[in-house]
Design a protein around this ligand. Structure first.
Ligand SMILES: NC(=O)c1ccc[n+]([C@@H]2O[C@H](COP(=O)([O-])OP(=O)(O)OC[C@H]3O[C@@H](n4cnc5c(N)ncnc54)[C@H](O)[C@@H]3O)[C@@H](O)[C@H]2O)c1
Length: 362
């Protein structure tokens, strides 16, 4: 049985707890041995809910519980030190997207994974959406011909800007580019079998959040060219009206010489309105509810499949396979670096009014 721990028990950390608690209960191949959270109130609440040892310092979690693997779910700019500490101890890590907001840090983590021959995986869960998996098959089989261009959008409501990436603890370091567009940057890259990004231009727009005292971009418009001859455009915002029918609008369109395929990754055909919810389009790909045979409520969907893929990789390695055999079959540190290159370049370009940044030698 694999002993796993979680570092960072904030909003998204809750999904890691849910996934691991369910896996432990129904498959029994892992055990959640503890978690680390610096915020005392949050730590106490999660300790009460999950009844596992809680630590303020992740190093103490490591020293006391000896986890076989850890997941890192701290804010975007606070992944590096923790991931490096894990890798140096040869503890496999699943880190939330983006790998980092710094290219130097991202490369150092990917290198450390090589040096210490330890699994480093980035939690890009859009790779586990069945609609996206099918789209990848179609592209690989040549159904769409040679992909020429694409368009992705991920647009969230204002409370994501104010209460998530704009909250005080994120220290004005959040960005819709890092928080949202990075999902789509990895998704389109993965759909095309990971071509190298070669140039990036982007515009960033400030105004709404700034007027509320949060000095980060409201929105970004990004264009990336790849070495397979394609160019993909990404639109992202965190200032949609809070009254919008879902937290997020999101989707991907890929266009090739023989056709196109568009996936609305939010609106899957289920749309409704009630006095309790208002208008809604639930993304039932990411999370849907079910009951187990004893009537307990459980949560399924690609949010969990992505975390379970990390567990499957750990078991594969435990069964005597090598990291080399896993290469290309998961979102590795080096694949994470490719998306960080785009992330860094799009922010640099946005600061310089959209000039094209050549990243072919980054
Ligand atoms: N896959 C997704 O769809 C998805 C969605 C939301 C967030 N995320 C990612 O998850 C990460 C966390 O985002 P969030 O929304 O949960 O942020 P959050 O601010 O709600 O939670 C982060 C938590 O980490 C804690 N923390 C910070 N430093 C720590 C340390 N050294 N040790 C232990 N705990 C520490 C904070 O106190 C906080 O509770 C980010 O990288 C974010 O981009 C992914």
């Amino acid at each position: 049985m694999l002993k796993v721990g979680i570092i960072g028990a904030g909003l998204y950390g809750l999904n890691h707890f849910t996934a691991f608690a369910q896996r432990a209960k129904y498959l029994g191949d892992i055990k959640l041995v503890g978690f680390a959270e610096v915020d005392a109130q949050r730590r106490a609440a999660m300790e009460k809910q999950y009844a596992v040892p809680a630590y303020a310092d992740y190093r103490e979690l490591i020293e006391r519980e000896h986890p076989d693997a850890l997941t890192v779910v701290t804010p975007d700019h606070l992944h590096y030190n923790i991931v490096m500490d894990c890798l140096e101890r040869r503890i496999p890590v699943l880190v939330e997207k983006p790998l980092s907001t710094s290219l130097e840090e991202a490369k150092a983590m990917a290198k450390a994974a090589d040096t210490y021959e330890t699994l480093l995986q980035v939690d890009f869960h859009k790779r586990f959406d069945p609609y996206h998996i099918d789209l990848k098959f179609r592209i690989q089989e040549g159904t769409l011909g040679k992909i020429q261009y694409g368009y992705c959008w991920m647009e969230d409501v204002l409370r994501v800007g104010t209460d998530m990436i704009g909250k005080k603890s994120w220290n004005n370091q959040g960005s819709p580019g890092w928080f949202l567009a990075i999902h789509m940057i990895d998704l389109s890259y993965w759909l095309m079998d990971c071509p190298k990004p070669v140039s990036v231009s982007a515009f960033g727009f400030k105004g709404k959040l700034k007027s509320m005292g949060i000095d980060i971009y409201d929105s970004m418009k990004i264009q990336v060219a790849y070495d397979n001859g394609t160019a993909i455009t990404y639109d992202t915002t965190v200032v949609l009206p809070n009254s919008h029918e879902s937290v997020v609008r999101q989707g991907v369109k890929m266009v090739g010489t023989e056709g196109f395929m568009e996936v609305n990754s939010q609106y899957r055909g289920a749309r409704g309105c009630s006095t309790n919810t208002g208008m809604e389009t639930p993304n039932l790909g990411m999370t849907f509810r079910d009951y187990d045979k004893d009537g307990n409520l459980i949560k399924k969907g690609y949010f969990a499949d992505s975390i379970y893929d990390f567990v499957e990789n750990l078991k594969y390695l435990q069964n005597g396979h090598s990291l080399a055999e896993l290469k290309g079959k998961y979102a590795s540190g080096w694949q994470g670096v490719d998306s960080v290159k785009v992330g860094v370049a799009m922010h640099e370009s946005a600061m310089k009014n959209g000039i094209t940044i050549d990243i072919s030698n980054w």
